[in-house]
Write a protein that binds this ligand. Sequence first.
Ligand SMILES: Cc1cc2nc3c(=O)[nH]c(=O)nc-3n(C[C@H](O)[C@H](O)[C@H](O)COP(=O)(O)OP(=O)(O)OC[C@H]3O[C@@H](n4cnc5c(N)ncnc54)[C@H](O)[C@@H]3O)c2cc1C
Ligand code: FES
Ligand code: FES
Length: 489
Amino acid sequence: MTDSIRFILNGEDVSLSVVRPTETLLDYLRLRRRLTGPKEGCAEGDCGACTVLVGRLIDGSLHYESVNACIRFLGSLHGTHVVTVEHLAAKDGTLHPVQQALVDCHGSQCGFCTPGFVMSLYGLWLSTDKPSRAQIEKALQGNLCRCTGYEPIVKAAEQVSAARPSALFDPLEKSRADIIGRLWSMQTDETIVVVSGKERLLVPGSVAALADLLAEEEDATVIAGSTDVGLWVTKQMRPLNPVIFINHLKELQTITAGETGFTIGSGVTYSRAFSALAAKVPALGRLIDRIGGDQVRNMGTIGGNIANGSPIGDTPPPLMALGATVKLRSIEGLRAVPLEDFFIAYGKQDRRPSEFVESIFVPYPLEGSHFAIYKITKRRDEDISALLGAFHLKLDDAGNVADVRIAFGGMAGTPKRARTVEVKLLGKPWTEATVEAARPAFDADFQPLTDWRATAGYRQLTAKNLLLRFYLETAGAPQELRRFAEAEV
Ligand SMILES: Cc1cc2nc3c(=O)[nH]c(=O)nc-3n(C[C@H](O)[C@H](O)[C@H](O)COP(=O)(O)OP(=O)(O)OC[C@H]3O[C@@H](n4cnc5c(N)ncnc54)[C@H](O)[C@@H]3O)c2cc1C
Ligand code: FES
Ligand code: FES
């Protein structure tokens, strides 16, 4: 057992034996280290003013990703390299090419948003040679400016792509081999326990150690990417003690595409899941592109989205429509629960305190089936769903509905199947008349609430209309109607 959190901050090795379980990286940087480049704009992962890069070893190589320091806890950083905007310029004050491009293209704006834009563009520049406009826009989804325009910032990203990372001027390229060596020396399979007064944070060295800890610590809060839990702390001021960090556990970070479906480790982040899922089920890839910004996708996990049990989590409805199963691990062994049975009621999941989500098995769409996801939000990017519908339909040779699974988020206290609607469709010819006859059945399946995202009436009508949209997209509807229906997810 060890008792300190060790990481590299810019060029310096840090070892902390006093860390509160919910101390954020942003507070540490600004208050304890006076690194005030990263700003606190929203403290909820939305604005990107606090963006820093975190480097970690994956299969022996070093990868840097942008994250929101405001909702990232210090205890989750063991064995990583934290890079703030202060690290970019040379010692003589020469700006980094990313910074210089922002100056040249008039993309440098106020002191609040600019450091975050710099770090997001820097993360993109490190990972992507000659990014397309779409890739640049995606990298900036998680950085908000409320006053001016994004065009000069996009231009700066295009301009800087000509200067590729080189050990001649880039601080991370210069130090890459050295940082890898230092990070290796920090890796441990021992459990880390940091005690600060009456508070404790725990970092298990393995999945087996995690199971042991949860058997002993029934009140512990498990933290994966902290993109939900972070807000419990920064917005609701909830005390959490003890906490168990799991985002480093490699055993939870594998995603495998088997014969019949994916097995997704609960610790796989959205960013890491993207290419595997998008290759087999493009609609899932398009959905991931609309979850948060890059910073949130680099931290948040599908396991957390499920374990959280939110009625408006985006991944449960499509995974339920595909027939996914949750695998729960404890010292007593493994238990598999169909995802739709995992959600019992609002805030109540079929998970014992000693269990954690180990993985999710997601079958591929049925051969020859239609599968669609519709996320309905007030703005396209970085917005939480008012409702989300997932449709999975298989027709027989005669054009009748042979199999159908429909699931919605935002329509009930949990993500939920539209079972009455499904019964109305099953065995019937896939025609507009069948769909029209089934639409009223949504009233039996769902009694949605009114909140600031949408009224109950809007939700109900939209759900019914999404069934019609799915029909139009799948049934060879007249061209003008299909164009209307085929707007992006
Ligand atoms: C700016 C922003 C935008 C967002 N946009 C979206 C969006 O568009 N769509 C969406 O669905 N969500 C969105 N979210 C919410 C969040 O990103 C997701 O719910 C995410 O999947 C949570 O995963 P996490 O790893 O960060 O979970 P955490 O915050 O670490 O944990 C969430 C919950 O799950 C539990 N938990 C986590 N992992 C496990 C495990 N393996 N076993 C047992 N319990 C576990 C935790 O104890 C906690 O109760 C957004 C969040 C932010 C901050
Ligand atoms: S302060 Fe807004 S995302 Fe962190
Ligand atoms: S928030 Fe910085 S210029 Fe708009």
